[in-house]
Design a protein around this ligand. Structure first.
Ligand SMILES: [Zn+2]
Length: 191
């Protein structure tokens, strides 16, 4: 592992981070102004440093890019989710001429996992992307905001941290819970 970014304290419902954002806001109301820094960490690995299981999941995400339908963006994205029952389910981005009608690889994968195995925890999701050739992106590809929200809901539903592996040819970023990808997140506790 090469890099670990850590800031200060924030909330992560299903991780060791315990202070909720709402309580932090309420606590700080009495102050005129305060800067809050989320406690976020990303772990950067070389592909070879990962466990065989993680490498297999990334390889499945890379393979899934070849099932992508991306005639508009020419950006082929694949995702692979490892479930608690040992299953690996994959998905890819599926575009549409009516642009909002398409969906991303992450959501294709999670909706498939959650609808096929509704009671099984999704433990890890790996994401890889390439352009219209066989060359994968040099840097890790991050999920879009909408996918982060669906990842958050999956984690919330599973009551277990959903780990994410973002593949790049030059390194793999590991994020151990979705709140680290989506600070100030909206979830059921906000309602
Ligand atoms: Zn997305």
């Amino acid at each position: 592992m090469r890099i670990l970014f850590i800031f200060s304290t924030f909330s992560c419902k299903y991780s060791k981070k315990s202070i909720s954002f709402v309580s932090l806001l309420l606590e700080t109301k009495k102050y005129a102004m305060k800067t809050l820094k989320p406690d976020i960490s990303f772990h950067l690995y070389d592909y070879e440093e990962l466990s065989e299981e993680d490498r297999q999941l990334i390889d499945a995400a890379k393979k899934a890019t070849y099932q992508s339908y991306a005639p508009y963006s020419h950006f082929m994205v694949g995702a692979a989710a490892k479930l608690a029952n040992g299953e690996i389910v994959c998905g890819s981005n599926q575009e549409n001429a009516a642009y909002p009608s398409g969906t991303c690889a992450e959501r294709t994968t999670l909706f498939y996992a959650n609808s096929t195995y509704p009671d099984v925890v999704v433990e890890t999701i790996a994401i890889a992307a390439r352009h219209n050739n066989d060359e994968f992106t040099p840097h890790p590809t991050a999920p879009c905001g909408a996918c982060r929200q669906v990842m958050l809901e999956t984690q919330w539903r599973n009551k277990k941290p959903l780990r994410t592996l973002l593949y790049g040819e030059e390194g793999v970023l590991e994020v151990t819970c979705v709140e680290d990808l989506l600070p100030l997140c909206f979830n059921a506790s906000c309602m």
